[in-house]
Design a protein around this ligand. Sequence first.
Ligand SMILES: Nc1ncnc2c1ncn2[C@@H]1O[C@H](COP(=O)(O)OP(=O)(O)OP(=O)(O)O)[C@@H](O)[C@H]1O
Length: 340
Amino acid sequence: MNQSSPGGIQYALRVNGVSKSYPQKSGTAASSFSLDDITFDLPLGYIMGLIGPNGAGKSTLIRLILNMTKRDRGSIEVLGMDNIAREEAVKSQLGVVFDSSYFINLWTVAKCGKAMAPLYPSWKQEAFQGYIERFGLEPKKKVKELSRGMQMKLMLAVALSHDARLLILDEPTSGLDVLARDELMDLLADYIADGQHAVLFSTHITSDLEQVADFITYINEGSLYYTGPRDEFEDAFQLVHGAPGDLNPSQKALAVGIYEFATGFDALVASEHLQAFVSAGGAQAPGGQVSGSVQERYSVERPAFDDIIRLTSKQTQVSPRGGQQAASSKQQVSGEETQS
Ligand SMILES: Nc1ncnc2c1ncn2[C@@H]1O[C@H](COP(=O)(O)OP(=O)(O)OP(=O)(O)O)[C@@H](O)[C@H]1O
């Protein structure tokens, strides 16, 4: 199997120009949805966070990778294999953790292992037993008696026991407390450490990704907003807080997104536009004078992922142009960058 690019990078996952449309269902208020021309690469040895607001298309993308939904256009390769043409081989290399259990409720933990074993040629029963012990899962407990977090751990135990090379997690941490989430993050870090495994991890708990993700893919309303190294995504924007009414049209045009409230505003500004944003504010001060320094007028900080999502959403986005420029950061994970 060829999972290398000409640059010698080994890819766990390559998504190229993938599109999928759901037509509007007749007789319902739901509008149509399109996932449009999504392209990104995930090399082996890395964790990629998949983020975006509700309804952005994250689960649709995951379903397309798992061939649970048929794509309209584009290609998807898992470890160099087309995910449709080589579906069987691809599935044996994939481990999947969903936000809710896919096991039969009346099965015991031990039965889940037994039922999964024949599906995977590389199943290791000792590994499964080791994981259920490590995760505190009682072999005789039924799936329906497990908490949400325990069900997630059971799915993870199965995924790790057949040596899946690519782990796909769709909202795995939604039912977990902070200790269990930290444990999962440690486990994922161990999992990719040998350079032969990779993780695609969709979550709304973006602080988890700030801990472990090497790459971020951000989807907004079905379109790719950013894919690339996490630190470049974090560095691409600045979050400016200011007083109520202290925003002029030039600044609004420069910001990617603005949220105004009774006691002030939050503006998401591309890092390269921060100086222009501040200067535009100064030029508009009463009497033509610059009314105070940056420190006095604004507070500027590095935005959290949640701030970026909040301020690039439909409701707060004021300047798609600014957004696109901010995402000069918008790039593919290219061979040379991931090698270093
Ligand atoms: N089978 C389907 N038929 C029609 N529309 C669908 C189908 N599955 C998903 N959609 C629509 O596609 C859009 C994207 O949904 P998706 O579940 O992929 O988003 P998401 O980013 O995972 O959202 P969330 O964070 O809320 O889980 C939504 O508008 C949803 O209603």
